[in-house]
Design a protein around this ligand. Structure first.
Ligand SMILES: *Cc1c(COP(=O)(O)O)cnc(C)c1O
Length: 374
């Protein structure tokens, strides 16, 4: 018997997406100069209670702009979780500043605020908060530390579009907050991202950074700073606007997928499941991550390879920043150890979690996993 493979992600695109995209083609507005870009910036930033939105070509680009806008440089330090995507650290390293990593909490997988406090030095300029896999980081203790020490906060809410912390939107907590609209995120533009902020100066800087730091007026081609071409096209913004109108529906669906997996895997042996809520947030299950606790398996790959032969797609958790060969070769993170992040990276993975997933697919993926673990 052959089974249809269950892909790890499938986006949901509908008639509205087609209509808005068609408008780009009919009007000829396809570049970043088109009207959907600003409309998307306005509507998205309003949704997360921010004054300014700067649409860019990816979440990685958003992180680059955010870190560059803070004028970091050699001698500065930025604290971030070790268990996150490389983009968080590369944005810091490219400014010349030093990334200082922190371990994960065992149950929620976000960075440990007590360790953040311990890592603050006179060189610390900023803290990068990342919301991982569907549960927001508990921002309160971190914001308190930032306030006390006069530090900037960059918030990576790529995986937390529409998520809230004590009722306030994720993306509303950073000096600068960033989002990604990659196809596995809660809303997608194919590729894309956004920086949001309430600070007009920082917004102006980010707009300049995404557009090559062109000069103003007659001096257009004279550059005072180095930027990037990180502009978002009108076609991407058209998709983004259509998707934004479906965001609440998408969030409900994600929550439902997560709860269905949770119930189906409740009795499965040797598996740690994500917790469904904390005092500050419900888990929106951006993805349904699990951690292989059974010592019969030396790593998650032994389980995910079996799942692959049963046509169930998976992705491993992120690999810790402090263990990245590229950074080790730069002499960063000598002697740094983060036991929890190292364990999660080796034993964690996520199941198919895309918005296009059917109940039947969820139950089959859960059943296959349960059989493997038995
Ligand atoms: C997806 C993601 C990004 C990067 O976004 P891209 O658009 O793929 O560059 C950044 N941070 C986190 C936490 C992410 O999950």
């Amino acid at each position: 018997m052959t089974m249809d493979p269950i892909p790890v992600n499938t986006p949901l695109l509908g008639d509205r997406e087609r209509d808005y995209l068609m408008r780009c083609i009919e009007t000829g507005w396809i570049s970043s100069e088109g009207p959907f870009v600003q409309e998307f910036e306005n509507k998205f930033s309003a949704r997360v209670n921010r004054q300014h939105g700067i649409a860019v070509s990816s979440g990685t680009a958003a992180l680059d702009c955010a870190m560059a806008a803070l004028d970091l440089g050699p001698g500065d330090e930025v604290i971030l979780p070790s268990l996150t995507i490389i983009s968080c650290a590369s944005a810091i390293v490219r400014t010349g500043a030093k990334p200082v990593t922190v371990d994960s909490l065992p149950d929620v997988w976000n960075m440990n605020p007590e360790e953040v406090a311990a890592k603050i030095t006179p060189q610390t300029k900023a803290i990068l908060i990342v919301h991982l896999y569907g549960l927001p980081a508990d921002v309160d203790p971190i914001l308190e530390l930032a306030e006390k020490h006069g530090l900037a906060v960059v918030e990576d809410a790529a995986e937390a579009i529409g998520q809230t912390h004590r009722g306030r939107p994720c993306g509303s907590f950073g000096t600068l907050s960033v989002f990604s609209f990659y196809p596995n995120k809660h809303i997608t533009t194919g590729e894309g991202g956004m920086i949001v902020t309430d600070c007009e100066d920082l917004a102006t800087k980010c707009r300049s950074l995404r557009n090559l730091c062109f000069g103003s007026g007659n001096q257009r081609f004279e550059h005072e700073h180095l930027g990037w071409n990180y502009r978002m096209t009108n076609m991407q913004a058209a998709l983004g606007l259509a998707q934004l109108e479906s965001l609440d529906e998408h969030l409900k669906k994600k929550r439902r997928i997560g709860m269905t997996y949770g119930k189906a895997l409740e009795q499965t042996l040797g598996l740690a499941l994500p917790i469904s809520e904390t005092p500050y947030a419900e888990n929106l299950f951006w993805v349904f991550g699990v951690v292989v606790e059974n010592k019969r398996f030396s790593a998650a790959t032994e389980v995910t390879e079996s799942l692959a032969t049963r046509a169930v797609g998976t992705r491993p958790f992120f690999w810790p920043i402090h263990e990245q060969p590229v950074f080790r070769r730069m002499g960063l993170f000598d002697g740094v150890v983060h036991p929890m992040a190292e364990k999660l990276a080796r034993r964690g993975f996520y199941l198919p979690s895309g918005l296009g997933l059917t109940e039947e697919q969820i139950l089959r993926a859960a059943k296959e996993l349960t059989q493997i673990m038995a």
